[in-house]
Design a protein around this ligand. Structure first.
Ligand SMILES: *[C@@H]1O[C@H](CO)[C@@H](O)[C@H](O)[C@H]1NC(C)=O
Length: 437
């Protein structure tokens, strides 16, 4: 019995609070603990619970024992306390603990034959709670359809419902602001492309596409989140959002690979091994996006959530590593070329650019994967949006850097180099060779 409990603690510690109306079907289930959903309440929170098609099967029992079956709300800290109490044999059932907030126990069912009930539970202690069903009668099997909705009432007299968890309620605005920033960036890039149209390469138009897709993705995410905030369900906006995240994911990784290979500004073709990297990364992005959809739609306590989360992490790590190879190959090629073709200064410039790019890609990956995840885990539920902002700022910085360093050049600086510079560069390359060997 302890394994699922510990697992529950681990999972809930690693997940974001969601906050949508959820429907779950429980069929002949004898699990002692079934977690449903997690939500950050303000001091005007409410939980709405609608149970239908309820049947309890098992040896007939005294109705009062059904007090050991029911729903409760529980914070993470309280849950650790409950586990401790069970360990110490102070209590036998999580519902018996005074650390949890009992929402409804089945001894309060209007009659033994009742098959449905509705419930409105106000929660005025602001905190992040998980809605959990506990069944402490080992032989009892429960079947029911559960509709659970958790929301906060907005301030003022309107009493409007806000279905986004306390730390996420500003997210629609955050996404919208970033979308506007990308639209402005896209417009700026178009003007750059127009001014430098004689020296713009295909890759520069591809960059424009990446920025446009990112802007559309953010717009859909803003609309999706704001729709959920108002109604508790996604209603189609999520589909658009997933489509654009998919296109954005593929185009961004492709762009990083293409820039890494130096395609279109260093050479007009791709080598076979570079094409292979693309052929690995693109299908993996498809898998990553499917995983992302499942993760988002099922919520942290859905079936197979953990599996899909692992699939996503694995695929993501592979993609992130794969995109680094072309950059490393380019750096190697440039070093070789510097030694052989006698244009040390030109090659050194390109080499410096590619090394910089390599480091920036690593920083970007590290920041958006590791640092953002760490922020998400350590910040209080009230400030969950800060990790989103941090991730988006890092992404923005990466886009700006890439655009700035690889912008179309009006006149190529590579060819206006005097002998002195050439000699200094040759000297430096020689030095580097000595250090490396
Ligand atoms: C669910 O329960 C709440 C609280 O009793 C009630 O107001 C609401 O109408 C119910 N919703 C459905 C779909 O039955």
């Amino acid at each position: 019995m302890n394994l699922p409990l510990v697992l529950l603690t681990l999972i809930s510690a690693a997940s974001l609070a969601t906050g949508e109306i959820r429907f779950s079907e429980i069929r002949s289930d004898d699990r002692p603990i079934i977690p449903f959903d997690e939500f950050g309440f303000t001091h005007r929170g409410q939980l709405e619970l609608n149970i239908t098609k309820l049947t309890l099967t098992g040896p007939t029992q005294d109705p009062t024992t059904l007090s050991k079956v029911g729903f409760f709300l529980c914070t993470r800290d309280a849950w650790i306390h409950v586990l401790q109490q069970i360990e110490d044999a102070e209590i036998t059932c999580a519902l018996g603990s005074d650390a949890v907030k009992k929402v409804f126990t089945f001894d309060r069912l209007p009659s033994a034959a009742a098959s449905e009930f509705n419930l409105l539970y106000p929660e005025s202690d602001a905190d992040q709670y998980t809605l959990v069903f506990a069944n402490c009668l080992p032989q009892l099997k429960v079947s029911m359809n559960v509709r659970s909705a958790m929301y906060n009432l907005e301030g003022g007299k309107s009493n409007r419902r806000d279905y986004l968890s306390a730390g996420k309620t500003v997210l629609p605005r955050v996404y919208f602001i970033f979308a506007v920033i990308y639209v402005v960036m896209g417009a700026f890039w178009i003007s750059v492309l127009y001014k430098k149209r004689l020296t713009a390469f295909t890759i520069h138009f591809f960059m424009l596409a990446v920025v446009v897709l990112k802007a559309l993705n953010l717009l859909c995410e803003a609309e999706d989140k704001s729709y959920i905030k108002r109604t508790g369900s996604a209603h189609g906006w999520d589909v658009l959002f997933y489509i654009f995240s998919f296109l954005k994911g593929i185009s961004l990784f492709t762009l990083i690979v293409l820039i890494g290979t130096g395609w279109s500004f260093l050479k007009p073709y791709l080598q076979d091994k570079e094409k292979k990297v693309l052929m690995i990364v693109i299908p993996l992005q498809v898998v990553a996006n499917i995983a992302q959809v499942v993760i988002d739609e099922t919520g942290p306590f859905g079936q197979d959530w953990v599996t899909w989360k692992q699939v996503f992490l694995l695929v993501d790590v592979v993609c992130c590593c794969a995109v680094l190879f072309p950059i490393v190959w380019s750096i190697k090629n440039l070093r070789e070329a510097a030694r052989t073709d006698g244009k040390a200064a030109v090659n050194l410039m390109k080499l410096t650019l590619f090394r910089q790019y390599y480091i920036v890609v690593i920083c970007y990956i590290y920041f958006t994967r590791v640092v953002v995840y760490a922020l998400e885990t350590i910040t209080s539920y009230k400030y969950l949006w800060t990790s989103v902002v941090a991730g988006e700022l890092a992404t923005l910085a990466f886009y700006v850097f890439t655009g700035y360093r690889f912008k179309p050049e009006a006149h190529n600086p590579y060819f206006v180099i005097d002998d002195e510079e050439e000699e200094a560069a040759a000297e430096q390359l020689k030095l580097e060779d000595e250090f490396e060997l």
